[in-house]
Write a protein that binds this ligand. Structure first.
Ligand code: HEC
Length: 122
């Protein structure tokens, strides 16, 4: 039955697309989180030490293998973020697969990108 196959195919596609959509981070929300003292307990925000993400422009580089944190080297951006949350903000580490972590990662990735320029003809 063609209709049945069509529905089945749609379901397969949906099951692939929907998790990807949820996993995608929102850089705007990540930025808000970055400047939210509620992420920690000592009144600091990420922006207290990295104002507007300054100094983190390369932290989202795809080729990066090691991150420097206040308490040593880490092997992933997520781990580096969590060290800063627990050590510098006295907060609770984010679940790596959580939406908040995805948002934070998206914001940090956005720091490495040059501000949008309008090229000729655009
Ligand atoms: C008390 C100051 C302080 C606060 C607050 C802080 N950090 Fe950091 N962070 C540091 C220091 C110091 C380093 C190490 C920098 C270095 O040695 O290059 C660092 C390193 C990092 C790195 C790795 C940089 C790299 O490219 O290797 C990331 C990512 C990062 N911080 C994210 C955050 C996030 C996200 C927050 C908020 C949850 C935060 N930081 C809050 C001080 C802070």
């Amino acid at each position: 039955m063609r209709l049945f196959r069509l529905i089945l195919l749609s379901l397969v596609i949906l099951s692939l697309v929907v998790p990807a959509a949820f996993a995608a981070g929102n850089a705007e929300k990540g930025k808000a989180l970055f400047n939210d003292p509620k992420l920690g307990t000592n009144g600091n925000t990420c922006g207290s030490c990295h104002p507007n993400g300054k100094g983190l422009e390369k932290a989202g580089d795809m080729s990066k293998k090691e991150w420097n944190t206040p308490s040593g080297k880490e092997k992933s951006l997520e781990d580096a973020i969590n060290i800063c949350i627990t050590a510098a903000l006295k907060g609770k580490a984010l679940e790596k697969k959580s939406q908040q972590m995805h948002d934070m990662v998206a914001y940090i990735h956005s720091l490495g990108k040059a501000p949008m320029k309008h090229s000729a003809g655009y």
